[in-house]
Design a protein around this ligand. Structure first.
Ligand code: B12
Length: 477
């Protein structure tokens, strides 16, 4: 049996490759291969694909491809496309990010006829890219069984069933079920796999399918001890429970990629990487240090400040965590409490202090601030930005994107079956032109404060004025 796996484009006003890989699809690829299936991957978002780089260099000889920072993150190739009617009034350009459609078509034509096609999906409001891929797949391969899964499919299954054109819309995260689906769709005789095969596929996703790999992503645990009102991790995680891989397995996976795939940059996709670090992250990092591997680790998903201790901070610094990101979201104690009590400003300040003591400069540390939560006044966001700036850290402004099925979604006033395009974080805070202007002001403020940080090498590297001397933890070196 031959399966074609597709990671479609992103259609949005803005996006950036912040170490994004279709991790779920790569786990499925590893699992299917284990069952003897031949797997072909087309990743529309692979910035380093030799075919894409060759195509773009020929078409745009004056531009530089691929565009990447030394850590492998960078901008996607993008093409401006017409806005869907729902975005008619949004005064921004709408784009398709990833490989040009013409190249996608060419790759489909070169591909042998698959027995089944598996398409993944990312954020709910990126579905136009998914639909486009399905349309082209249908044009090329006719009535081949086409399965759709991933985040959009899991959060908006009715919408996907009605409009995507897929034969099966899959909402769960269980790998053995996917094998059953493939079996049913093709009537192929595929073997049952032992239970350990699913864990193996989670630990060793099929990264070798990429001809050129500058970074990869790790998900050493799934889920989170908190249930913040705006987050839907429990709707997307197998059994809705926190779980994690054994530290030695994670160590083996990192070592394998380091030695066999020559990867040095790793981004963690865990929701709660530091939870019970003494049983999980610390043993993983100790193993890496013992083996003398020189890696760069990235935390685009942000870390729980509450769980940063002097020991974790030192281990992170030594193991090669670059520009760690902390989640603050807001300084407002009432909103912190209402949204789930994940963290407070003081814990963020303390975490930053430990990171500084471990050797980071404050401006290397990024702190996430949420904007656009239902009923959140922009003065609250301004106060949060000022707070982060006073700490000498870099602001990451995160525009709230509603997740259907969460309490914050219900508060947002969006009907449960709203067009998922309305979940877009670029438009959600913009109900009405007056909001747009206010929101632009907030974005500009964040940019200005970050620019000031860059221009001032002498910014305080220790938030002394904010850290009360009487705190028993303040003396730790
Ligand atoms: C890692 C992560 C990121 C990474 C990047 C992920 C990526 N590949 O692009 C980073 C940190 C960059 C990120 C950023 C953002 N993220 Co995010 N992210 C996640 C997180 C924590 C995990 C996703 C993941 O990799 N899961 C692990 C893999 C293994 O699962 P999977 O891909 O779903 O695949 C499994 C199944 O779905 C299924 N499957 C998948 N494909 C297919 C295909 C077929 C055919 C079948 C049968 C099955 C199947 O099988 C797989 C194996 O079990 C999720 C929360 C979550 N628990 O899902 C939020 C989440 C997806 N993010 C979210 C948000 C809001 C964002 C941001 C907008 C945040 C912000 N405000 O800035 C940004 C936007 C990013 C951008 N590029 O513009 C929201 C989604 C909201 C929405 N409406 O869609 C989520 C759900 C978190 C939340 N708030 O609840 N994110």
């Amino acid at each position: 049996m031959r399966a074609l796996l597709v990671n479609p484009w992103i259609c949005d006003f803005a996006t950036y490759d912040l170490w994004a890989k279709p991790l779920g699809l790569l786990q499925i690829a590893a699992y299917l291969r284990r069952a003897g299936v031949e797997v072909i991957l087309i990743d529309c978002l692979d910035r380093f694909a030799p075919r894409l780089v060759g195509y773009l260099r020929e078409k745009y000889p004056e531009r530089r491809y691929p565009r990447a920072t030394p850590y492998g993150d960078g901008s996607y190739h993008a093409e401006i496309i017409p806005k869907p009617p729902a975005y008619r009034d949004v005064p921004r350009r709408y784009k398709r990010y990833g490989m040009p459609v013409e190249l996608f078509r060419r790759l489909l034509r070169e591909s042998p006829q698959p027995d089944v096609v598996l398409v993944t999906s990312g954020l709910t409001y990126w579905y136009p890219g998914v639909f486009e891929a399905i349309r082209l797949l249908r044009e090329e391969f006719g009535p081949v069984p086409l399965l759709l899964g991933g985040i959009y499919a899991a959060l908006c299954p009715e919408h996907a069933r009605q409009y995507s054109g897929a034969d099966v819309v899959y909402t769960s995260a269980a790998l053995p079920e996917i094998l059953c689906l493939a079996r049913e769709a093709t009537s192929a005789r595929l073997p049952e796999l032992p239970p350990a095969a699913a864990e193996e596929a989670r630990v060793f996703p099929a990264y070798d399918l990429y001809p050129e790999l500058r970074y990869l992503t790790l998900r050493t645990s799934a889920g989170c001890p908190f249930r913040c009102s705006y987050c839907g991790w429990y709707l997307l995680t197998e059994g809705g429970r926190y779980s994690r891989l054994a530290p030695d397995l994670v160590g083996r996976a990192i070592e394998h990629s380091y030695l066999n795939l020559n990867v040095r940059n790793f981004a963690f996709y865990d929701e709660a990487l530091l939870y019970r670090a003494e049983e999980h992250l610390l043993p993983i990092l100790k193993g890496i240090l013992q083996k003398g591997m020189q890696c760069f680790f990235h935390t685009p998903n942000a870390l729980h400040a509450r769980f940063i201790t002097p020991e974790t901070a030192i281990a992170m610094k030594r193991a090669g965590f670059v520009q760690p990101r902390l989640a603050l979201e807001t300084v407002d104690p009432e909103r912190q409490r209402q949204t789930g009590g994940k963290v407070n400003a003081r814990e963020v300040e303390r975490a930053l202090f430990y990171l500084i003591q471990a050797g980071y400069a404050s401006r290397e540390v990024g702190i996430n601030v949420l904007v656009g939560l239902p009923k959140q006044p922009l003065t609250e966001v301004e106060a949060s930005l000022e707070f982060v700036h006073c700490l000498g850290a870099r602001i990451f402004l995160e525009e709230y994107a509603p997740v259907p099925g969460t309490p914050a979604y219900r508060e947002s006033g969006l009907p449960p079956d709203a067009d998922p395009l309305l979940h877009n974080n670029s438009i959600f805070p913009l109900y009405g032109p007056e909001h747009y202007a206010q929101f632009q002001r907030i974005k500009e403020l964040a940019h200005r404060l970050n620019r000031e940080l860059k221009g001032k090498p002498g910014m305080p590297d220790k938030p002394r004025h904010l850290f009360p001397a009487k705190d028993p933890l303040s003396g730790i070196n």
